[in-house]
Design a protein around this ligand. Sequence first.
Ligand code: ATP
Ligand code: MG
Length: 230
Amino acid sequence: METLISIRNLTFAYDRREIFKDFSFEFQAGQRTGLVGSNGSGKSTLLQLIMGLLKPSAGEIELFGKLCRSENDFREARLQIGFVFQDANDQLFCPTVGDDLAFGPLNMGKTMAEADAMVDETLELLNLSSFKERVTYGLSDGEKKLVAMGTALAMKPKALILDEPTTCLDEEACDRIAKVLMDCGLPYLVVAHDRDFLDRVVTNAIRLKDGQIVPEPLRAPNARTGNQAA
Ligand SMILES: Nc1ncnc2c1ncn2[C@@H]1O[C@H](COP(=O)(O)OP(=O)(O)OP(=O)(O)O)[C@@H](O)[C@H]1O
Ligand SMILES: [Mg+2]
């Protein structure tokens, strides 16, 4: 099976606080993996390293089989990975929801008309069609989170990396995101503290502990994903 993400012997520190040392990790096509860990264990840091938004001091990151060293390498890979930031305010920067969703497709070289069609399709999928002209800045936290999910999906990525996609969401919106994920046909790596949600949408889970990956049993079998409870 194709390796989508390969991290080898990575070291990363904020100032002098070391978060990862000689850290290795692999993520394969077809996997739907939950990433859990205590607050501050480094989950968001790991996802941002994968996306090339933080730079390791040592080690290698390979995405879709290509070693990513320069910002250009990561930029190319980022066009294929839909990423949801933990804080939607880090993700959304355009005046309107429609603009935010169109940004990715336009960046990929789509025409205005093509991008617009991708935006409409994604908004409909998320039950957000009435949001297209809304001013992003004025949305509630939950609405922003849904729009952030939209920006990740609108690009028609090959994989998703999601940092707590359901924070601030009500039960109905959570269910919608779960359904969108289960139906999307994409591999994904998802961080969530909500174990009910997580165990519904993933086929395996891992835990980040003391800067290393340890296995994490799933808590309930899931008919849709066929996950394996321990
Ligand atoms: N910009 C930063 N500068 C300095 N330290 C940081 C920075 N960002 C994160 N940290 C620290 O790095 C550690 C890992 O943070 P990270 O955000 O990756 O944790 P997390 O597992 O995502 O936590 P949570 O579950 O709360 O989201 C924490 O101790 C945090 O305080
Ligand atoms: Mg985090």
